[in-house]
Structures are given as structure tokens and as C-alpha cells.
Design a protein. Structure first.
Length: 338
């Protein structure tokens, strides 16, 4: 078991590379496709995934891809199952394994993550498609009354139990505690909440006996609320995010791969880049695991038309390359216009 986990970490913690989150549920994929006026069917979702997962040369920038269950059984235009296509190109396939969100009883506007009871059984089923890592997301919204202590505790325990079960099945767990960007909160409030969340998660992981050296953290950045009157700049986001991680995240964790969480593609790249030019000693590899911030430009360029596939792939590869540069602190805004 340990050898498999070790090999997966080795293949996924590669300087200059990040993880693509292509694990949109059918519901979320429908929203993405609606944004370009394309109806969501199994075939249009397959075409959308094919556009991204078949982009030539993406392995230069992407080391792993998180897939949705439906995608495990879909094929590229050449008739190759998507997980096999990724493997063939030297990219590690992974799978989103949480079962979505459920309302937390007695706590309006709070949701916990479902699926822990059936997880072991589902992992046995997914194993036939040979994923080597998994992902589980927990969410926290910031308002006057949220997140509650109960939600922080419940989500931390869920993430820790999930991570333990994954490692027992020789899968590297990606632990994703997402403090949502929606709201009018200041960066100071986000810093406090994110710190509490990360502290609870790492205490729970230790209690559960999760091997942190075979675990990847996928956190949100410390950032002002999207609707805040005065939003903090990139330098402030980078400083606060790194300070928060250094206070709460064990140095045993090999890689931190940020989610983009509603940032624009340019913001997500600029913030990651700034973390690498702060002059701070980072005990982990710090990279990306973006969904929308990597795929949106590709969607807009493609528009669901076969003749635009190449343009869509070029747009995706450009974003992947810029984020790759950001993991080394080599990105600059001028590159957006190249």
C-alpha cells in the first residue's frame, strides 16, 4: 500500500505542474455548457471533456486530473476511455468521491458533505477504472453566524475519515476544505475563519492516523468576499494565505494545490505567482488545482462547435502554461496578451 501511495505522490508533486479539476457533476457541467448556449446531454458533456482531456501537450503543465464518476466510462473521440488516455499521456487519473452536500440540521445556510457511509464500497467499484487519488470537498460560508463550530467539527471529521479510507485503498486523498468567496467579508475575517477550519482539519487528520506525507491539501486562498466594498490586492492575498498555511498546515504534507473558487482565471494565476515571490521559505510544494480558472477560456473559445476545438484547446493550454509559470514565480500580467 505505502509503495503505491509513495509513487502517486512522486508523480503528482512535480515542480511546474498542477492538478486539473475536471470533476463537475452533471448539474455543474450543465451550468458551464449553458454559459455558451449548449444543451447538456451525456454526449455534449463528453465532447466538453474530450476538448480538455485531449489537449495536445497538456502533460507539460498538468500532472493529475480529478474526474467525475460519469467521465470514468466515457471515451475520447479516438475511442479511448478517459482514465486510460490520461495514463497514456503520463497524467495521473483521480476521482471525486464525495456525495455532495446536505443541509446541517438546525443550522440554516450550512451544509456538510455526504457519502462517508458508502465510501469504501464505492472505492472498490471505482478501482476498476484505476484512479490513483481521490478528492472530497467540504464547504464553509462566511456570514455573521457562519461557519458554526458544529460545522467546522463535522466537516473536519468527515475529511479525516475519508482520507483514512482512501489510504487504506492505496489512494492518495486530496483534502479540500473550501471557505467560500461569496459574501461581503473582509480579508481579516477570511483569515480568521480559514485558520480555524485548517486547524480543525489537521487535528482531525492526526486523530484519525492519516499519513500526512501521502496527503494533498486543496485549500481556498485567504481572500476578501466577492461582494466586499474594498477587496485586498494580490500581495495581501498572498501574504495572508501563506501566513495562515504556515500556522496551521503540517510540513509533512508534500503539496498544497489551491482551488480557484470563483476567482477569475487571471486573479487565480496572479495570486499563486505572488506567493512564490514573497521570499518566504515554503515547506510544501505550492501549486494549483483549478477547475473554472483553467477551463473557462477554453469553453468560451470552443462554443460547442467542432471547428473551434483547436482554438478551445489552445486557450486551455495557455492558461495551464501561465499557471505552470506561476508555480515558479515567473508569471507576469503582460503574458496574458501574448
Amino acid at each position: 500500500m505505502t509503495n503505491q501511495l509513495k509513487q502517486t505522490i512522486k508523480d503528482m508533486v512535480v515542480v511546474g505542474k498542477g492538478i486539473l479539476a475536471a470533476d463537475e457533476s452533471a448539474k455543474t457541467a450543465a451550468k458551464r455548457l449553458a454559459s455558451i448556449n449548449v444543451e447538456s446531454t451525456e454526449e455534449t458533456r463528453r465532447q466538453y471533456r474530450n476538448l480538455i482531456l485531449n489537449a495536445p501537450g497538456m502533460e507539460q503543465y498538468i500532472c493529475g486530473v480529478i474526474l467525475f464518476e460519469e467521465t470514468l466510462h466515457q471515451k475520447s473521440d479516438d475511442g479511448i476511455l478517459f482514465p486510460q488516455l490520461l495514463e497514456k499521456n503520463g497524467i495521473v487519473p483521480g476521482i471525486k468521491v464525495d456525495d455532495g452536500l446536505a443541509d446541517l440540521e438546525g443550522h440554516p445556510n450550512e451544509q456538510y458533505t455526504k457519502g462517508i457511509e458508502t465510501l469504501s464500497k464505492r472505492l472498490e467499484k471505482y478501482k476498476k477504472s484505476r484512479p490513483r487519488f481521490a478528492k472530497w470537498r467540504a464547504v464553509y460560508s462566511i456570514s455573521e453566524n457562519t461557519p458554526s463550530e458544529l460545522l467546522i467539527k463535522r466537516n473536519a471529521e468527515g475529511l479525516a475519515k475519508y482520507a483514512k479510507v482512501c489510504q487504506q485503498h492505496s489512494l492518495v486523498p486530496i483534502v479540500e476544505p473550501e471557505v467560500l468567496i461569496d459574501g461581503i467579508h473582509s480579508i481579516e475575517t477570511c483569515y480568521k475563519v480559514t485558520g480555524k477550519v485548517q486547524k480543525a482539519v489537521f487535528e482531525a487528520l492526526k486523530r484519525e492516523g492519516v499519513m500526512l506525507e501521502y496527503t494533498i491539501l486543496k485549500p481556498s486562498m485567504v481572500i476578501s468576499g466577492k461582494q466586499a466594498a474594498n477587496r485586498a490586492n494580490a500581495g495581501e492575498v498572498a501574504k495572508r494565505t501563506v501566513k495562515c498555511l504556515k500556522s496551521n498546515v503540517s510540513a509533512e504534507v508534500p503539496s498544497i494545490n489551491f482551488l480557484s473558487g470563483g476567482q477569475t482565471p487571471q486573479e487565480a494565476t496572479a495570486h499563486l505567482n505572488r506567493m512564490h515571490i514573497l521570499g518566504e521559505e515554503l515547506p510544501w510544494y505550492v501549486s494549483f488545482s483549478y477547475g473554472r480558472a483553467l477551463q473557462d477560456p477554453a469553453l468560451k473559445a470552443w462554443h460547442g462547435k467542432p471547428e473551434n476545438v483547436e482554438a478551445g484547446q489552445k486557450a486551455f493550454l495557455k492558461r495551464a502554461r501561465l499557471n505552470s509559470l506561476a508555480t515558479k514565480g515567473l508569471y507576469s500580467e503582460e503574458m496574458e496578451n501574448e
